[in-house]
Design a protein around this ligand. Structure first.
Ligand SMILES: Nc1ncnc2c1ncn2[C@@H]1O[C@H](COP(=O)(O)OP(=O)(O)OP(=O)(O)O)[C@@H](O)[C@H]1O
Length: 583
């Protein structure tokens, strides 16, 4: 496939406002791909050269891309940046500069997708002295070979603004449609995705070995597994009624880490599967010193802990780590402990299908001693009193609650179900848990707020079945002026003229925002609503949050698709009724 053809698809995806059309365009694109193209095209669709957990970057910011545009079309960077300042997008600026220079090529003259992909990959691998000059030169060479549309889209890749609004589930649907004409392959594709997190690998395997090949893909050290997640139940009684005898663990309030030990190498992935190894030197060295296995994948929560007093430091203290530039120093000053609570893989064996109790035994035998790694405690409870004992102990030591786990449960990658149930401390008159929402727009304010740029935020939750974002509330109060400014600043790169294809909204905000910024919201109650689309179904009204207020920004550890789901909202709504009856 010629790169210009791919750029044509990019343009179509860019301009659609409907999620069904997104799937149709993508399925059409995939049906044109051969085996060698399907993997690179999958990464390029996400503006990348590799799955997002591999830190392969082109390594050129806006100024260097501007340099390359100037070099390709015979002008200086200053001129390119002037055009960029006027049009607000580096791709459009490049197209304009190309046109001014009279160097537009026709679509038929462009190289293939594979040629361009390999050249971009080569740029990402240039390092050392003089690397910037080299990268600029190589990118300029690419630009000289492209038609105007391709120039537009390719310039957005290194600077991270190729936002086609294509979510991972949408790609899975499209792969299924391209290969079978319907959604029937979605389930096995999704399982492989939950275990390997690599859409490119899955697409390539599907093309090469069919769905049977995809069914053989499973957990592999180096590829993060999508984390198992916890459901909610409103009371300790509800937990015992539903789960019967179960394991109870403290719920640590820190960073979820998935640690991969591959021989002498360690990789640590965050809740949203980013490679965060660099942030946790003490956990890396602890893993090498204490883990008795050649290869292993285990999970835990990393937080600041004072071993002498047995005191857990609050999340705000733990997160200081993110802001510190000198990680090594931070690791000395405020060493984190990883409380390991599960193991998924050991020495070539996939443990995910094993029962919780058996995995726990293996975990205890794998981590030797207690230092920067600590195997977390668990007790068996079959009554409310026992469960509350652990709960109260957790609260006393500064934690926020417990997680109850089914004794015979497997590790289900990417699933939120009743294998794990969380119970947090709550305050009267508030929902039992915060809701993670995605900003999809804002509404201009009057008076002082107008000067700040926003009056109310329109926020949404995630519908994984449809891969859409459905609105659930407007947040208009509870933010300081500083916070408003910060919200607007964070949304700025994602502002878009048209409604993003994956957003479902009846309310028309003043400004649409691509789903990207995740915020944690606390509310008093969930109510039914005729104006919000979350959970709206035919005649049935949607759901809304009452008295919502911003608690924190979550985009560092949650992607928009990790936001609270509509299903969770419906469950929280039902549980709120149970709780009201109980109290
Ligand atoms: N013992 C434990 N077992 C499992 N998870 C734990 C444990 N202790 C802490 N956690 C953390 O608790 C998280 C779930 O709780 P919480 O609802 O507070 O977090 P969240 O990020 O808002 O939700 P989620 O991760 O479920 O989307 C898990 O993702 C994990 O990071």
């Amino acid at each position: 496939m010629l790169f210009s053809k791919l750029a044509e698809y990019f343009e179509q995806l860019d301009h659609t406002t409907s999620r069904n059309t997104l799937v149709a365009i993508l399925a059409d694109l995939y049906s044109q791909c051969d085996q060698s193209e399907v993997r690179p095209i999958t990464y390029l669709l996400q503006g990348r050269l590799a799955p997002f957990f591999k830190p392969i970057e082109i390594g050129m910011g806006i100024n260097y891309v501007a340099d390359a545009i100037g070099k390709a079309f015979g002008v200086d960077r200053k001129h390119v940046m002037q055009v960029f300042d006027r049009v607000g997008d580096i791709g459009t600026a490049a197209r304009q500069v190309q046109q001014e220079a009279g160097k537009e090529l026709s679509m038929e003259e462009t190289p293939t997708v594979l040629e361009i992909f390999n050249q971009l990959m080569a740029i990402s691998q240039v390092s050392g002295q003089g690397s910037i000059e080299k990268k600029i030169g190589m990118f300029a060479d690419i630009l000289q070979k492209l038609d105007p549309r391709s120039v537009t889209y390719i310039c957005r890749i290194p600077v991270g603004t190729l936002r086609l609004g294509v979510g991972d589930p949408t790609i899975l649907d499209a792969l299924s449609f391209a290969k079978s004409g319907d959604k029937s392959l979605r389930k096995p594709l999704e399982r492989a995705y939950n275990e390997t997190s690599d859409l490119g690998l899955i697409a390539e395997t599907l093309w090469k070995d069919g769905i049977e090949g995809v069914e053989k893909l499973s957990i592999m050290p180096g590829n993060p597994v999508r984390p198992a997640l916890a459901e909610r139940l409103p009371t300790p009684e509800a937990i015992i009624n539903r789960m019967g005898q179960c394991a109870v663990e403290k719920k640590y309030d820190g960073f979820r880490c998935q640690v991969h030990k591959i021989g002498n190498e360690v990789k640590i992935f965050s809740r949203n599967l980013e490679d965060m190894t660099g942030m946790f030197p003490e956990i890396t060295s602890g893993t090498l010193a204490m883990v008795d296995a050649e290869t292993a994948i285990f999970e835990g929560e990393a937080l600041a802990y004072h071993p002498l007093s047995g005191e857990f430091l609050p999340f705000q203290v733990t997160t200081k780590r993110r802001r510190k530039h000198k990680i090594e120093e931070a690791a000395q000053e405020l060493p984190l402990k990883l409380f390991a609570f599960d193991i998924l893989y050991k020495n070539g064996e996939n443990l995910m299908g094993m029962k919780y109790v058996d995995r726990r035994e293996i975990l205890a035998n794998t981590i030797k001693g207690e230092d920067s790694l600590i195997v977390s405690d668990w007790v068996i409870a079959d009554n409310v009193e026992k469960l509350m004992e652990v709960f109260n102990e957790a609260i006393e030591s500064g934690l926020e609650g417990i997680v109850a786990k089914r004794l015979d449960s497997p590790y289900q990658a990417g699933a939120r179900n009743f294998n794990w149930v969380k119970l947090k401390r709550t305050h009267a008159g508030q929902l039992q848990d915060t809701v993670d929402c995605v900003i999809v727009g804002y509404i201009y304010g009057r008076g002082k707020r107008a000067q700040l740029g926003a009056g109310a935020l329109l926020v949404a939750v995630y519908n994984p079945d449809k891969d859409t974002f459905q609105t659930i509330t407007k947040i208009g109060t509870g933010l300081t002026d500083e916070e408003w400014k910060e919200v607007v600043e964070r949304c700025k790169p994602y502002v878009t003229e048209e409604k993003p294809a994956r957003v479902e909204s009846i309310i028309q905000p003043s400004v649409w925002v691509e789903p990207a910024v995740v915020i944690e919201v606390l509310a008093d109650e969930i109510t039914r609503s005729p104006v919000h689309t979350a959970g709206m179904n035919g005649e049935k009204q949607g759901y809304a949050l009452r008295f919502p207020r911003l608690v924190s920004f979550r985009e560092s550890d949650k992607r928009p698709e990790d936001a609270t789901t509509v299903q969770e909202i419906i469950e929280m709504y039902q549980q709120q009724a149970i709780k009201q009856v109980a109290s």
